[in-house]
Ligand binder design. Structure first.
Ligand SMILES: [Zn+2]
Length: 345
């Protein structure tokens, strides 16, 4: 059963909106064979809903139900999108209509969002060292900018959440409000925060984190002609002692920003794929967040388990950020995301 890959109880439910047993906990769902479709030779698990007395497919747990693609195509589309390709080249590679590919990406991105928020809220993540930063992007045309605000747990490299909006305190507040909801704040430590000099974060932290003990360091970088000239550290709350070792920086999130620039087509500077619609952008960001947190092993999170130089002996234990932060037991897959039972709001 796929449920044991996530460190919380996920039970099956009926995903059919018209059913009297829709998402009801008071229902019995049992496995009921497999089937293959014309478009997909890969067998799909079927379930039986006892309250509504009907069968449904495991693809019923996402908007991909009835979308006439194969699992293989859904996974390929998601992978290509997570590599920074926009819908157009993906449609070309898969020899599919662009609108069909857009529907698939929308369904997978939405499921990624649902999944992430559900497991974080259910388990509550330990946020030890928070780094926040913002990246600009284009929207509609070069004149109106859209910013992406990102929150990262830097000990585990886990991307907590993001917000799209203007470069104002309003967007920063939404970001901090969301991460406050997802965090476990009863673990007795003092939260470390680093950001750049944008005043919006100070405001947002003061509003939403006033009941949480935290220390806050601003890294002020002054650049002249794109070359880094000076770095000034401003301890807004706390002192240098509160940021031991290598923690007096924003380098982890800057590394993540670079990764995102490579992997999100809307963030590539010289691309023509300016995002025409904030919703599409958000979908690709969610797709990317799922890939980054739950699928990809992070190099800095690997643990050496064997010093021997012998061949064929496993040297490292690999981790995804989600494994490191304690949400999952193993690397997840796109197929898992598509079929995992996550209730809708
Ligand atoms: Zn039902």
């Amino acid at each position: 059963m796929h449920n044991d890959q996530v460190n919380t109880e996920l039970s099956l439910f009926c995903p059919r909106k018209s059913c009297p047993g829709y998402q009801s906990a008071d229902n019995k769902i049992t496995r009921d064979g497999v089937y293959t479709t014309k478009s997909d030779p890969e067998p799909r698990q079927m379930f039986y809903c006892h309250k509504g007395e009907h069968r449904f497919s495991e693809t019923g747990y996402s908007d991909l139900f009835g979308k006439h693609g194969s699992f293989r195509e859904y996974v390929q589309a998601a992978k290509l999108a997570a590599h920074g390709l926009s819908a157009e080249p993906i449609a070309d590679v898969l020899e599919r209509d662009i609108r069909t590919v857009e529907t698939w990406l929308k369904a997978i991105g939405k499921k990624g969002q649902q999944f992430h928020l559900f497991v974080c809220l259910a388990i509550k993540i330990n946020i030890i060292f928070l780094q926040m930063d913002e990246l600009w992007s284009y929207i509609i045309n070069k004149k109106s900018q859209l910013w992406v605000f990102i929150a990262l747990e830097s000990e585990t490299k886990f991307q907590i959440c993001f917000e799209l909006g203007s470069r104002t305190v309003y967007t920063a507040k939404r970001l901090v409000k969301t991460l406050k909801k997802l965090g476990n704040w009863n673990c007795g430590h003092i939260l470390k925060v680093t950001t750049d000099k944008l005043a919006a974060y100070k405001n947002a932290l003061e509003k939403y984190m006033k009941d949480i003990p935290y220390v806050y360091l601003q890294i002020v970088k002054r650049r002249i002609k794109r070359r880094l000239v000076t770095v000034k550290k401003v301890f807004v709350k706390g002192t240098a002692k509160d940021f031991p070792g290598k923690s007096q920086n924003t380098s982890f999130i800057e590394r993540l920003n670079l990764t995102l620039r490579q992997h999100v087509s809307y963030l590539q500077r010289k691309t023509l794929g300016y995002c025409k619609c904030k919703l599409n952008f958000s979908i690709i960001m969610w797709l990317n967040l799922f890939n980054y947190n739950y699928i990809q092993f992070h190099k800095s999170l690997r643990i050496k388990i064997n010093d021997d130089d012998e061949k064929f002996i496993k040297k490292y234990e690999h981790n995804t950020p989600a494994m490191k932060i304690g949400l999952t037991n193993s690397q997840l897959t796109w197929k898992y995301l598509i079929t995992v039972p996550i209730p809708r709001e």
